[in-house]
Design a protein around this ligand. Structure first.
Ligand code: ATP
Length: 324
């Protein structure tokens, strides 16, 4: 288990993380989300032992993560960190890179590990290719396989799929997170991509200006985000107020999060909206409309023409969507 107690960290006089308390139980996959500059990479670096906190403690299975000044190599051997600048050996083959962290005493076992990880990261056909001949995305996959070679207990990932194209990204994250689950590897991963965290985060940790503002199971965070800030990180959404919903005047300032797929056009409804644009999204359209002069987005099976319609319905329990 990872435990963080009252962690505070500053670069010179600028405080980046403030009083962080956190525990992650073994085997959980935790998504770390927050706007750019919120402190995600700094938190991962501290857990890895690359930075020294001004206050507080980080414990892995009750053992303190050591002060980087007191040892040559940061972090426990069983905690691995894949940073945004991945660490690969360019003039060595992909499989040699993957095997580099392993003891040379067991070549057969190492070969087996390398083959298995090549499959996880989808580089089976590149085992003997020198890394400097690979694309950025392929190098990122080699780096990922390398941090998994010596099965870590805790894996820290910082935007692990940032250089990988959408098609390969889907397969890679399915393979990777299934592998982590199978091996019981705890994972804390920082990402901005809802496709990463919605499907693969058991829990969601929301960081804002160096503070944890939410930490709950992923689906709870999605279905009832507590703040506008959190909602804005979860993908396309609407902030709808009581006035737009034609609620009683005294409820006009109440605000709710409504996702685009929760607004529909149906003959049983009576909310009025002015359709403005329709964006083709493949299997649906994203409609841009005005509800009481405020922009809203909703999904629809076809492109709606510019017109005013009186058949908009919000299909979600707004009590669960009220923002603080
Ligand atoms: N070496 C450094 N010296 C001084 N300030 C730094 C240093 N590294 C980061 N910072 C500052 O710390 C804050 C947090 O940065 P951090 O990289 O942890 O954010 P992040 O949430 O990971 O952002 P992103 O999503 O853009 O990667 C930022 O304001 C950044 O400018």
């Amino acid at each position: 288990m990872l435990s963080i107690e009252n962690l505070t960290f500053a670069y010179q006089e600028k405080t980046i993380l403030k009083g962080i308390n956190l525990s992650i139980i073994q085997g959980k996959q935790v998504a770390l989300i927050g706007e750019s500059g919120a402190g995600k990479s700094t938190l991962l670096s501290l857990i890895h032992g690359n930075l020294l906190p001004q206050k507080g403690e980080i414990l892995w299975n009750s053992e303190k993560i050591l002060d980087p000044k007191k040892k040559l190599v940061a972090a426990h051997d069983n905690i691995k960190y894949l940073t945004q600048e991945f660490n690969v050996m360019p003039y060595t083959s992909v499989s040699e890179n993957i095997k580099a962290p392993l003891s040379r005493m067991y070549p057969k076992k190492n070969q087996k590990i390398s083959r298995q990880l090549l499959e996880v990261v989808g580089l089976e056909d590149y085992a003997d290719t020198k890394v400097n001949r690979l694309s950025g995305g392929q190098k990122q996959r080699v780096a990922l396989a390398k941090v998994l070679a010596k099965t870590p207990d805790l894996l820290l990932l910082d935007e692990p799929f940032s250089h990988i194209d959408v098609h390969q990204r889907n397969q890679l994250r399915r393979n990777l997170f299934a592998y982590l689950k199978q091996k019981g590897i705890t994972c804390l991963f920082a990402t901005h991509d809802p496709d990463d965290f919605l499907s693969f985060g058991d829990d969601c940790l929301v960081l804002r200006a160096g503070e944890i503002i939410d930490y709950r199971p992923m689906q709870q965070v999605y279905h009832s985000p507590k703040t506008k800030y959190t909602a804005s990180l979860l993908g396309e959404m609407n902030i709808i107020n009581g006035k737009m919903l034609q609620l009683e005047a005294y409820l006009h300032n109440e605000e709710f999060v409504v996702y685009p797929h929760e607004i529909s056009v149906t003959s049983e409804a009576s909310l009025k909206a002015k359709i403005h644009s329709a964006y083709f999204k493949g299997n649906h359209y994203l409609i841009e409309a005005f509800l009481a002069n405020k922009k809203v987005y909703f999904t629809h099976s076809s492109a709606l023409p510019e017109q005013t319609i009186s058949s908009i319905k919000i299909e979600v329990d707004l009590a669960k969507r009220k923002l603080n």
